[in-house]
Design a protein around this ligand. Structure first.
Ligand code: ADP
Ligand code: MG
Ligand code: ZN
Length: 484
């Protein structure tokens, strides 16, 4: 590795494809359902048979305009579909319908928070609508399989200006895009499954230089972490080449996550000429102000607004509001819990520690989490009413994860109700003290720590069910009596 890396600055532009959550494809009535048997979601339109005509799905326009509005873009009243021509076995039409010279959204921006907590504005050059190609399955022994179910599934492509300077910024940008599409409900945001895909354009230049260096494009990164790794790799590779007096060749590279290396896929000389031209089968897309206003009015609450509302409505600390609103599904779960309990801070604590910890450990999403929001609300109420201690609550919670039973039922069946009866506890306290005379002496001689020993003994005796506050109180008064 060269020591003078910090002479250089990386310049990165990202192209993100997001698969839209419409019921049907972009230009025909075929289902977009994932996982149907191969080549079953097809019709003459998405297979490009002669004489057929595509009809634009209105939802595609509405979803794209929502994204444009959420990312501060200008919505063009007039935009045009173009044909991007190339031959590939998973593209039976021989062209993809996309937008080229006149995209629907332009000149937007979003703000991301960097590792050092500073805010960076990243400009969005354009967002356009297009259709997906099919899928080639290459991992067969001697042949390749083609599944065209994905042909014609709607995508948006979000292209940034070259405003990103570090792999961390790229990571944060992607996280923000994922958050926004999920909040809007227009894409599930799953990068591992390919609903969100990212190509990265990278160049490096000396710090202070204003012109752009020659760029390479990296494809095939299927997780946020891989994007970060691939960028680090490519930035380092380019710096080393420049340091060695060599030239960067403009080319497309494929990221290999197993080898942690990028390999050339095609060079500039072989670059495709897509021969874009306006699609003669489709009229220009006209979106008037009235329609834009209508779409804007249907805009769901965005992360920033939800964050602020969580602080005011539920009196949550900023930290909690930040964590809970990172994913819309988590925020929704929290609000559902709060329909059953008014102990909002406890609800937040349970979600931030127990639930997020569990999801992380088991690599699942909140919709797969076995405990319903309603049952968590009930559990929290059992604690705040003093029916169970928070220690016992952890035990009940693990049973709930196994069975998703109503915690009230678990507590009754397993006889876990907290002992808050003063008379009953007093007997136990007296018994423990009389059995441990030596420790009582130690305590009286000034060893305050022994107090914890008594608490421990009482908890052991009651299998953790003793009301801790009452135990403290009773112990103190009983021990005082020995002093006389
Ligand atoms: P292309 O025609 O090669 O697709 P575009 O101008 O469409 O290039 O830009 C594609 C992406 O690459 C955009 O996100 C843009 O910001 C970024 N980009 C363009 N030039 C550079 C460069 N020299 N270094 C890094 N990124 C760049
Ligand atoms: Mg491009
Ligand atoms: Zn079809």
């Amino acid at each position: 590795m060269h020591t003078n890396n910090n002479k250089y600055e990386a310049v990165i532009g990202l192209e993100v494809h997001a698969q839209l959550l419409t019921e049907t494809k972009a230009f025909c009535g075929c289902s977009t359902k994932f996982g149907n048997s191969p080549n079953s979601n097809v019709c003459p339109v998405c297979l490009g048979h002669p004489g057929v005509l595509p009809v634009l799905n209105q939802k595609v326009v509405e979803f794209t305009v929502l994204m444009g509005l959420a990312t501060n873009c200008r919505i063009n009243n007039h935009s045009v579909f173009a044909r991007k021509n190339y031959f590939y076995p998973d593209l039976p039409k021989g062209y993809q319908i996309s937008q080229y010279e006149e995209p629907i959204c332009e000149n937007g921006h979003i703000e991301v928070t960097k590792l050092d907590k500073s805010i960076k504005k990243i400009r969005i050059k354009r967002i356009h609508m297009e259709e997906d190609a099919g899928k080639s399955i290459h991992d067969q022994n001697k042949y390749t399989l083609v599944d065209v179910n994905r042909c014609g599934v709607p995508l948006i492509e979000i292209v940034t200006e070259p405003d990103i300077n570090t792999p961390d910024e790229a990571y944060q940008y992607l996280a923000k895009i994922k958050q926004i599409v999920q909040y809007l409900g227009i894409c599930d945001g799953n990068m591992e499954e390919g609903s969100l895909r990212c190509d990265a354009n990278v160049s490096v230049r000396l710090k202070g230089e204003t012109s752009l260096g020659v760029k390479t494009e990296i494809k095939n990164m299927n997780s946020f972490k891989n994007v970060e790794r691939a960028l680090n790799y490519e930035i380092q590779r380019q710096i080393e080449l420049i340091e060695d007096g060599e030239k960067i060749v403009q080319q497309t590279l494929l990221w290999n996550a197993d080898l942690n290396e990028a390999f050339p896929m095609r060079s500039k000389e072989e670059a495709h000429d897509y021969r874009y031209f306006p699609d003669p089968d489709l009229l220009p897309v006209v979106v008037n102000e009235e329609w834009i206003n209508k779409i804007s009015a249907s805009m769901p609450e965005l992360p920033e607004a939800k964050y602020k509302r969580f602080i005011s409505q539920y009196s949550l600390p900023e930290y909690d509001a930040e964590i809970l609103t990172q994913q819309k599904a988590i925020a929704d779960y929290f609000e559902k819990v709060c329909q059953d309990t008014i102990d909002y801070k406890s609800a937040s604590n349970w979600i931030m520690t127990e639930i997020l910890g569990y999801l992380n450990e088991h690599k699942i999403e909140i919709d797969e989490f076995p405990v319903t929001a309603e049952n968590l609300g009930k559990l929290i109420n059992l604690i705040s009413k003093g029916t169970i201690s928070s220690k016992i609550a952890k035990e009940v919670f693990s049973i709930m994860i196994e069975t998703n039973q109503n915690p009230e039922v678990i507590v009754k069946e397993k006889n876990l109700i907290q002992i808050s009866d003063e008379g009953e506890l007093l007997k136990i306290v007296e018994n423990i003290l009389s059995k441990n005379q030596n420790q009582v002496e130690e305590y009286l001689s000034g060893k305050d720590k022994v107090f914890g020993f008594f608490v421990g003994q009482i908890m052991k005796e009651t299998k953790g069910k003793a009301n801790p506050q009452l135990v403290n109180q009773l112990l103190k008064t009983e021990l005082k009596k020995f002093r006389k």
